[in-house]
Design a binder for this molecule. Structure first.
Ligand code: SF4
Ligand code: SF4
Length: 159
């Protein structure tokens, strides 16, 4: 379920705006507080929740780990090297757990525009741009057309 912002906790720093891959976290020009302008397009990726230094963003977590009526708090704690999760259930019980955080320094990831353009003819390749060198996984396998098996729908039904 999509995120929402506790306006009294938000200080308008804009970290959630910078990190949201859907570009739906905006600063309201009147209140100067963040708001999810298009909840239907929220991926529920939790990036904004983890990035918010004020813990001002909440969401309704997936039902597989948190049933209805619960609250989920996710906090990024880079100095400790983990992300801490706190689930509070309707009956008052709490569950706390941590998951490891990436160790790449904040802001050190290259943006798409910072990569060199892919070589000529890349559009015909089965590989994505900058594969395999950026995957650091050695050569990738490719498949040739003669290896494809034609699936005859009618024949399968008749059998
Ligand atoms: Fe954007 Fe992800 Fe936050 Fe949804 S959960 S508002 S997609 S950063
Ligand atoms: Fe407000 Fe948190 Fe977004 Fe900063 S990151 S604008 S405090 S909701």
């Amino acid at each position: 379920m999509p995120t929402f912002v506790y306006m009294t906790a938000c200080d308008g720093c804009g970290h959630c705006v910078d990190i949201c891959p859907s570009d739906i976290m905006h600063i309201d020009p009147v209140t100067r507080r963040a708001v999810n302008i298009e909840p239907n397009f929220c991926w529920e990726c939790y990036s904004c929740v983890k990035a918010c230094p004020q813990n001002a963003i909440d969401d309704r977590g997936y039902s597989d780990f948190a049933p209805m009526g619960h609250k989920v708090r996710v906090l990024r704690e880079p100095e400790k090297g983990f992300i801490s999760w706190r689930l509070k259930f309707r009956d008052g019980r709490e569950k706390n757990f941590v998951s490891p955080i990436r160790t790449t320094p904040w802001g050190s990831i290259q943006g798409p525009a910072e990569y060199e353009l892919p070589p000529e003819g890349m559009a015909e390749s089965q590989k994505l741009a900058h594969e395999p060198e950026h995957l650091k996984a050695g050569d990738l396998r490719t498949i040739t057309k003669d290896k494809f098996i034609k699936y005859e729908l009618e024949e399968q039904h008749a059998a």
